[in-house]
Design a protein around this ligand. Structure first.
Ligand SMILES: [Zn+2]
Ligand SMILES: [Zn+2]
Length: 425
């Protein structure tokens, strides 16, 4: 786990904004929202790409009427996306799968390798926006994407109004908090059915749950989208979707949903692209840098899960005082290092380490040299956070007090409640 892949970084650098579209589970219309969001941005005159990397059901090509198209392979390292009109491009993992069942049998580490290669091979050219239709859930696939695109502006999370998906969407929001991915907002999908004949909206599910939940979790609510048969038929009749879109009810709704995304501030170019491993000055023989160094060259790095130790375990460091997570990072007595199996969601062991006397920069270096993959903390100042990120350590702040085992377990199951970073001063 660590800094982004250099080849991916090179491909992404001509893309002004990247937005991940996530959902807590499948079947909530995530891809429909991703496509409509992308089309709304294109209809606003932006150059837009949509990247469909949902292994479980790459449905974007079908929605846009380019299903079954052959790949435009330029050379063994470069694939061009499809262009629809002059400001809309599309690429889908579905183009790589001969059979929809292919992806299902791939193991996690293989998927990580495929995602990385895919992100590194697609040449988008200049884009204002890249919308990434990510795999659903909070597992290793969306995690890989978030890690490989660390400069993403943030995530749009799609839910339906039923209670069961609202529980999942909370997990998605926590997932984003944990990875430091800003939540741009929540979209409630299928919150009613718009009749194609009279335009009347009938509630199929109860609506409004997404908005309440977003308020509760203190993330923006971007809008509620009814099931609109127009979404499908607009792409079926062969007309360029972008030109007919703004007049449809869906088009008007998505113009509102896209407004905050159109207004995203330009992202700072400098820090996002600095290769963290090089900056850390590490000898390269620790477990975290060894895998980063090998990522570009040796296929061995792709055979194990993203950045896990050779035994498949991850190490989480948690600052502790009196046996529980200590809310102020700089005042902790000791560090609990919890070894976890993230696939089985099991804690394998806890050891305690006494930190060296702290001065700025000492703890990140010290933890890095101990092969730590994640730090889960309560409060931490923004300067210290930057030092951890430079070391390629994933940082989760705002965690509650609890024993190290409880916290590690809750984090793996997506149940860790993240509050405000009490120390962000
Ligand atoms: Zn290192
Ligand atoms: Zn403080």
């Amino acid at each position: 786990m660590g800094p982004e892949d250099p080849k991916v970084a090179a491909r992404m650098k001509n893309i002004r904004h990247t937005v991940l579209v996530l959902s807590g589970k499948g079947g909530v219309g995530k891809s429909t929202v991703a496509v409509n969001l992308a089309v709304a941005l294109a209809a606003a005159g932006k150059s837009v790409g949509i990247l469909d990397i949902d292994f479980h059901g790459p449905s974007v090509p079908k929605m846009l009427g380019v299903d079954g198209m052959p790949l435009h392979v330029v050379d063994e390292n470069t694939i061009h996306p499809f262009a629809i009109g002059d400001n809309f491009k599309i690429m889908s993992i579905g183009f790589l799968l001969r059979d929809q069942d292919d992806a299902v049998i791939w193991r996690g580490p293989m998927k990580y390798g495929v995602i990385k290669q895919f992100l590194g091979d697609v040449e988008w050219g200049e884009l204002d926006f890249l919308i990434v239709d990510s795999p659903p859930g909070t597992g290793d696939e969306p995690l890989s994407i978030a890690q490989l695109i660390p400069e993403a502006d943030g995530a749009v999370i799609v839910t339906t109004p039923q209670d069961v998906s609202l529980i999942d969407v909370r997990k998605s929001i926590n997932f984003c908090h944990q990875l430091g991915v800003p939540v741009l907002g929540v979209v409630e999908n299928m919150s009613g059915f718009t009749c194609p004949h009279c335009g009347e909206v009938t509630d199929i599910f109860k609506r409004g749950g997404g908005e309440l939940m977003a308020g509760d979790m203190k993330v923006p609510f971007l809008g509620a989208v009814p099931i609109d048969p127009g979404i499908v038929s607009a792409s079926d009749d062969g007309k360029p979707y972008v030109t007919t879109f703004p007049e449809t009810e869906t088009g008007k709704l998505f113009a509102k949903i896209a407004a905050p995304i159109l207004g995203l501030p330009p992202r700072p170019a400098s820090e996002a692209t600095a290769p963290a491993a090089a900056a850390s000055g590490c000898s390269g023989n620790c477990s975290s840098c060894a895998s980063d160094g090998a990522a570009g060259a040796a296929p061995a790095a792709e055979e194990k899960e993203s950045g896990a130790d050779s035994d498949g375990l991850y190490k989480i460091a948690i600052p502790v005082a009196e046996g529980k997570l200590c809310m102020h990072f700089g005042h902790c007595e000791t560090f609990a290092v919890v070894s976890v199996d993230r696939e089985a969601k099991q804690v394998h062991g806890v050891e305690y380490l006494d930190p060296p006397p702290h001065e700025p920069g000492v703890l990140p270096a010290w933890l890095h040299d101990r092969g730590i993959h994640f730090v889960i903390a309560g409060g931490m100042g923004s300067r210290a956070q930057g030092l951890f990120r430079e070391r390629g350590i994933n940082l989760i702040t705002g965690a509650p007090a609890g024993t190290p085992e409880e916290i590690a377990k809750a984090w793996m199951t997506g149940d860790l409640e993240i509050g405000d970073n009490v120390c962000d001063h």
